[in-house]
Design a binder for this molecule. Structure first.
Ligand code: ZN
Length: 140
C-alpha cells in the first residue's frame, strides 16, 4: 500500500483527510506540526507528503525546504493543502512542491493529485522558477 504523510495541525481536517485516503487504500501517517512531520518523514519515507502551511514549530514552507535538503527523502513528492494562501503569493511560485491545492479542496481532486504523484514517483526539484518537473496544476 502506498504511504501518505499528512502534516496538519487541525484535528478535524486531519481526521477527514485520513478517512479519505484510507478509503482509497493508502496507509496514512499524520503529524500535528512541521517538526513532527519531518521526524516521521525521515523515519518512514512516505511515498507522498500532503502539508498544511500554517502549523506550530515548523510551518509548511520550512518543512518543504527541510525535506528537499535531506538526502534520504529529498525526492519525495509534496502537495501543499492550505486555506490561507493568497493568489499571487510569491512563495507559491518558487516552493519546491509538486502541487498546491486550496481548502476546501474536493476529495476527488485531492485524491487524483496524490494518485498522479504516486504514479510519477520520487523526482528532483530545483530552485528555479518552475521547480517541479511534474508540472502539476497549481490551483492558486
Ligand atoms: Zn514534484
Amino acid at each position: 500500500m502506498p504511504v501518505l504523510l499528512i502534516a496538519e495541525d487541525d484535528e478535524d481536517i486531519a481526521l477527514v483527510l485520513t478517512r479519505v485516503f484510507k478509503r482509497a487504500k493508502m496507509t496514512v501517517l499524520r503529524a500535528e506540526d512541521g517538526q513532527a512531520a519531518l521526524d516521521l518523514i525521515v523515519q518512514e519515507h512516505p511515498d507522498v507528503i500532503v502539508t498544511d502551511l500554517g502549523m506550530p514549530r515548523m510551518d509548511g514552507w520550512e518543512l518543504i525546504t527541510a525535506v528537499r535538503a535531506h538526502p534520504d527523502v529529498s525526492l519525495t513528492p509534496i502537495v501543499i493543502l492550505s486555506g490561507h494562501l493568497r493568489p499571487g503569493d510569491p512563495r507559491a511560485g518558487s516552493a519546491q512542491c509538486c502541487a498546491i491545492l486550496l481548502k476546501p479542496c474536493p476529495n476527488d481532486q485531492l485524491l487524483a493529485t496524490v494518485q498522479e504523484l504516486l504514479d510519477i514517483g520520487p523526482h528532483e526539484h530545483d530552485s528555479s522558477d518552475s521547480p517541479c518537473p511534474a508540472e502539476m496544476p497549481v490551483s492558486v
